[in-house]
Design a protein around this ligand. Structure first.
Ligand SMILES: [Cu+2]
Length: 152
């Protein structure tokens, strides 16, 4: 019984440490696959991070031209417009409209087995704001999107 309560206490401490780390998270790690899905529906970052890093990994096998993915971050209200203009920009521009102020950050489009990263300053986000991450490959944001929770 004593062993059990000690173990539970240790688990509690580990959980608390994990929580403290999440409160000041400066990395957005997302995986995408050939089934047109991201592995997470919600990510959390801190607006106080000097630099936020997006780490994207395409865990599938299909080439970028057929099943390419990226990670774009914008205000949720701008998602549809960015995706629409991204289609016009085309694959050579990674399906992201060039120099578009609505785009807070975007990785390049990658195919199966490839990775992509992008960085941006945390001050581009406002704590408590309504932001989304999504793939801007034509048709993908219907399934490939999630919420970016921004803490202070
Ligand atoms: Cu995609």
């Amino acid at each position: 019984m004593k062993f059990l309560s000690t173990s539970l206490l240790a688990l509690g401490l580990i959980a608390a440490a994990g929580h403290a780390q999440a409160a000041n998270n400066c990395t957005i790690a997302v995986k995408g696959d050939d089934a047109m899905k991201f592995d997470v529906k919600e990510v959390s970052v801190s607006a106080s991070c000097p630099t936020i890093t997006i780490q994207f990994a395409h865990t599938g096998k299909m080439p970028a031209a057929a099943m390419g993915h990226n990670v774009v971050i914008s205000a949720t209200k701008d998602l549809d417009g960015v995706v629409r203009d991204g289609v016009k920009a085309g694959l050579p521009n990674n399906y992201v409209p060039k120099g578009d102020a609505r785009v807070i950050a975007a990785t390049k489009i990658v195919g199966g087995g490839e990775k992509a990263t992008a960085t941006f300053p945390g001050k581009k986000l406002t704590a408590g704001g309504d932001y989304s991450f999504y793939c801007s490959f034509p048709g993908h944001s219907m399934l490939m999107k999630g919420k970016v929770v921004v803490t202070k």
